[in-house]
Design a protein around this ligand. Structure first.
Ligand code: DC
Length: 223
């Protein structure tokens, strides 16, 4: 079982700060596969909207911004119009804006082809909210990765502090719960496990254990 163009695709979906980005990137490194951080595309659109002062309720203007994104991913860095925005897109304001504008169907549609183009040989690890449900429904392995809200807030806190941002645990927990509710309750492509997804709760797992689990599942399904 592969995606429609015979490229093996593993989808890893889950809520914010579940650790899926880290796990997905490491699984991609281990298998020598490409990596799609679909959240980064929503964050890039959000950053672009903030920079151009595009109203967040103007669905068509936001869809146009998404469709016209001049971005590229190179050696772990992310560029927007030639500007290295790897740090800027990780700010909480950008993440929250991304979660808000991601509810617009036309904007999501504008990003579909960009995401499909990441499915290249020898394979792809696709990380997001709707990778297994909408973008790559024929993926050979679908994982839904989560962790308790407290464990996720703790991880997000550490991530922000490590990157030199300031952070407050109570605010983070509140933002995270709000963002979960928004991502899970929107009408288009809500966050939910895909049919047949393997559930992976990482609250009490190390990153390495989570990576091993995904690699083990892949080894079992790929034949
Ligand atoms: O994974 P992330 O925190 O970088 O994603 C930022 C926001 O983008 C998230 O809150 C919702 C949205 N998103 C989405 O709607 N669909 C995806 N496949 C990935 C992200």
């Amino acid at each position: 079982m592969t995606s429609s163009n015979n490229i093996p695709v593993i989808t890893i979906d889950g809520p914010t700060a579940s650790g899926k980005g880290t796990v997905a990137q490491l699984v991609a490194d281990r298998l020598g596969f490409h990596y799609l951080d679909s959240g980064a595309l929503y964050r890039l659109t959000a950053l672009s909207a903030l920079r151009t002062e595009t109203p967040l309720d103007d669905e068509q203007a936001l869809a146009t911004l998404a469709g016209d994104l001049r971005c590229n991913f190179a050696n772990g860095d992310i560029f927007l119009n030639g500007d290295n925005v790897s740090m800027a897109i990780r700010a909480e304001k950008v993440g929250n804006t991304a979660s808000k504008i991601a509810a617009w169907p036309a904007l999501r549609q504008a990003l579909v082809d960009v995401q499909l183009r990441f499915a290249q040989a020898p394979g792809l690890i696709a990380d997001g909210r709707d990778m297994g449900t909408v973008i790559f429904p024929d993926a050979c392995l679908k994982v839904f990765l989560t962790a308790s809200a407290e464990a996720r807030a703790q991880r997000r806190y550490k991530q922000l502090i490590d990157k030199g941002f300031s952070a407050n645990m109570d605010d983070l927990l509140k933002d995270l719960n709000e963002r979960d509710a928004r991502d899970a309750n929107r009408t288009v492509a809500p966050l939910k496990p895909a049919e047949g997804a393997y559930l992976l709760d990482t609250s009490n797992l190390t990153v390495n254990q989570a990576v091993e689990q995904v690699i083990g599942w892949y080894a079992a399904v790929k034949n």
